[in-house]
Design a protein around this ligand. Sequence first.
Ligand code: CP
Length: 482
Amino acid sequence: MIAFKNRDIISIKDFSRQDVEYILRIAKEMEHNKAKYKELLKGDVVTLVFFESSTRTRLSTYMAAQNLGATIQPFLYSDGTSAIKGETLSDTLMMLKKYGATVVAIRHPLEGSAQWAADVLDVPVVNCGDGAHEHPTQTLLDLYTINKEKGKLDGLSITFVGDLKYGRTVHSLVLAFTKFENVEFVFVSPNVLKLPSYIKEMLDEKKIVYTETEKLEEGVDSDVLYMTRIQEERFGDKAEYEHVRKAYSLKPEHLLNPNIKVMHPLPRNKRAIEIDPSVDALPQACYMGQAENGVYVRMALLGLVSGKLGDGEEYKPKVNVEGEFEFKEIKWKDRERKKGGYLVWEMESGTAVDHLKPNTATKIKDLLGLPENVTCTIGVNLPSGKQSYKDLLKIWGYQLNQEQMQKVALFSPNATINLISEDVLRKTKVVLPKVLTGMVVCDKPHCISNPKHYEFVPSKFMVDGERFICHYCGRKKVNGVL
Ligand code: CP
C-alpha cells in the first residue's frame, strides 16, 4: 500500500511511477462508481484558496469536493478579501485553518507558494498552480487522459507546442514522463519561449531523447500533441508578447495523422487561437474530455490526502539531517611537540580557520556575526603546502558554533577549523548542512522566498553536492558563485 494520508501534492517530482499509477487507478474507480463515494468526505472542509483566475482547476476541485460530500470554503483573491489590504499569505492560510480547513487547495502567482502553504499548515495542501513553476494536479489529469486515449504511458512520443518557458503544465508533464520508459519529446516554441534549461539538463542526465524546433509541422507525427496558450500575464515585455502571441494555430490540415491525440490544458485564447475551433469536431481532439477528467483525478487526490481512501497510512516525508562535523582531538602534549611549526599553534584559545580560499577571509569574517569585542587576525594569500595560496582567519578567545562553521563552508568548502582551548585542539574540515536555512537569499524574481515580496518566508536551499536547490521555486545555485 502507498501512504497518502496528510500528503501534500506540491510537485510531480515527489511522486514515483507507482504513486502515479495508484492515483490513476483510483481516479478510474471514481469515474465509474462516483455515487459510491458521495459521503466519503462528510465532515471535511476543503478550502479553495485562489489568488489567480481559474475556471477548470477551481471548479473541478469544487465539484470533486462536492461529489465526495465535503463542506467547501472558497477564498478568491478578487472577491473582496483582505489579501488586497496587504495581508501575508501565511496569515491568510492560518485564518482559513482556524475556520476549519482540513484540506487546502491553492493557486497563487508566486513560485513555491504551495510549498510555503504546506510548511505553514498541518493539513494537506494541494498545489493548483504556483506561478510558472508547477501544476501537478493538471499533470495527473493529463496522464489519466493520455492513458485513457492511448492505453499506455510508456513508449510514447509527445510534442509540446507554445509557451514552454512559462508553461507550468508543460514543466510538470515533462517531469512526470521521465518516470516512464522510452519516451521521446519534440519541443515546438518561439526562440524566446524555449523550455527552461534546468529541465533540459535533467533530460540530458537521464538520456531522454528530445528535439527543439520553431516549426509546428515538425511535431505532428507524435502520439500526443500538447498545445499551450502563450501566456500574456507572464511577460514582462508586452512588445515581446505581441511578437509571439500568434506563433501557432493548429488547423485540420496539420492533423493528417489519425492516431495523434490533441490535448490542451485550456483555456485557449480567442484572440490568438492556438487551436482553431474547426479542430474541435475531429476525432483527434481530446481537450474537453481532458478537462472533465480533472474532476475524477481531483476526487481521487482529495480522498487520498484526507486519509479516507487507501489504507489511511500517514505519509512521512524524508527528513534531511544536518551536516555533522567530525572532530579530531589533539592534546597539549602533541601541541608542544609541534610548537613553532605552524601559525595556528600560537593561539592559546579561540578558532583558527585555515585553508580558506584566497581573498575570502575578510568577507567570511563579516558574515560570521561575531561579537563586537572579539579580535581577529587575517592572513591573505599566504603560501600553503596543500593549495598554492590560502587565507587564514584567527579569532582570538572565541569558538565558532556549528552554524558559523557551515557559513564558512558556503564560501570556502575546503577550509579547516581548529577550535583551540587550554588543553586541547579540536580539528575538523568544514561540512555543508543538507539544508541551508536563512543563509542564502533566493533572488529569482517570482520566488515566494525572495524578500521583495514581503511574504517573510525564510530562505531554504537543499544542498546537492556543489548545487543548492531552492526549496520553493527549485532554482539552482552553484556554491562559490553565490
Ligand atoms: N488548466 C487550467 O489550469 O485551467 P484553469 O486556469 O481554468 O484552471
